[in-house]
Design a protein around this ligand. Structure first.
Ligand SMILES: C[S@@+](CC[C@H](N)C(=O)[O-])C[C@H]1O[C@@H](n2cnc3c(N)ncnc32)[C@H](O)[C@@H]1O
Length: 307
């Protein structure tokens, strides 16, 4: 693999990027009808392309066998550059030096476009830079596509406060249900802080967990132990609903999340679309884009899997 190759995700990555691309197309077309400053912000931008290994295929009656192939496909930054009508400005952020170098390469290859590449932690960059008067005349879509639990609640609050940005957030549900163990006594201080940083409150402890009586046992000295433990009452679906409710406390609207990977139980991610502009028109528009796209992508992926 070359130094700038970026291999990540699985088949769900295709669906995730297809959903975001469909939204970006509609968003850019609709918003350019009345707004001169329509931006795209990719806070976990990667390199602009992704390296995909296509597994070897055994031959059958209809198809020849095929060896394993390594393909280069477009990542979110390149997809956003290719959207027509074009975004007026694109902002790409990433922590990794090699990824930033690749993004600088994209900028150089598209020198006629207004592209900014920022190296650093997306949380710090967004929290320190996003407050701005210009949001009154500017609209943007932001993509939050972290590997894990990197996105802080404070970051989401700052984005929501702009009242100008629609956010697509690949929420790491598996990260949450692994850190939020069934038995609360198994959650150490580091895990507890990580969950609180991601959800923006420590009230999750009371809201997701309830007291359960342990089956009575008798210890070696003959004492009866019938103590209570705190057990997570929310299952994976409940956790997803909880995240949605949390997002709704700061965003004007949050669309139904899309579970990814589609065929995996339990799902590992929830793809959320949160709208910060409280105007009726903005919400109606985002809802209609989002609902159509999620419906068509949902039926396409069910069709592919034969469900
Ligand atoms: C899943 S990849 C993003 C893939 C990209 N959306 C695409 O489609 O090509 C996550 C990216 O986030 C970057 N990253 C990790 N932690 C970060 C942070 N705290 N702030 C900004 N970027 C970060 C990684 O270097 C990586 O490039």
């Amino acid at each position: 693999m070359a130094g700038s190759d970026h291999e990540f995700g699985g088949q769900h990555t295709e669906i995730k990027l297809a959903i975001v691309e469909a939204y970006l197309k509609r968003y850019s077309a609709a918003l350019h009808n009345w707004c001169d400053h329509v931006w795209y912000i990719d806070a976990f931008a990667g390199t602009g392309r992704r390296t995909v290994r296509v597994k070897a295929r055994a031959g059958d009656l209809l198809e020849e066998p095929a060896p394993e192939q390594v393909e280069q496909r477009r990542g979110s930054a390149q997809i956003a550059i290719d959207i027509a009508p074009p975004f007026d400005r694109l902002v790409f952020m990433d922590t990794r030096r090699k990824h930033v170098a690749a993004l600088e390469g994209l900028k150089a290859a598209n020198s006629h476009r207004d592209i900014s590449v920022l190296q650093g932690d997306a949380n710090s960059l967004i929290q320190s830079e996003i407050e701005w008067d210009g949001w009154k005349k500017t609209r943007a879509v932001m993509f939050l596509d972290p590997y894990g639990m990197e996105v802080e609640w404070e970051t989401l609050k700052k984005i929501a406060a702009t009242k100008a940005i629609d956010v697509w957030y690949l929420f790491p549900l598996a990260g949450l249900y692994r850190q939020a163990a069934r038995d609360m006594s198994k959650i150490d201080a580091i895990k507890e802080a990580a969950i609180t940083r991601m959800l923006g409150t420590n009230e999750w402890k009371g809201e997701l967990y309830s007291k359960v009586k342990a089956p009575p046992t008798v210890d070696l000295l003959g004492y009866l132990d019938d103590s209570e433990t705190l057990q997570r009452s929310a299952d994976v679906g409940g956790l997803e609903q909880y995240v949605r409710q949390r997002l709704k406390t700061i965003f004007a609207e949050v669309l139904d999340p899309y579970p990814l990977p589609v065929l995996e139980k339990p799902q590992r991610f929830s793809l959320f679309c949160a709208i910060s502009n409280p105007s009726e028109r903005a919400i109606k528009l985002a809802k209609s884009f989002g609902a159509d796209i999620l419906k068509s992508t949902g039926s396409a992926s069910r069709h592919r899997s034969g469900r």
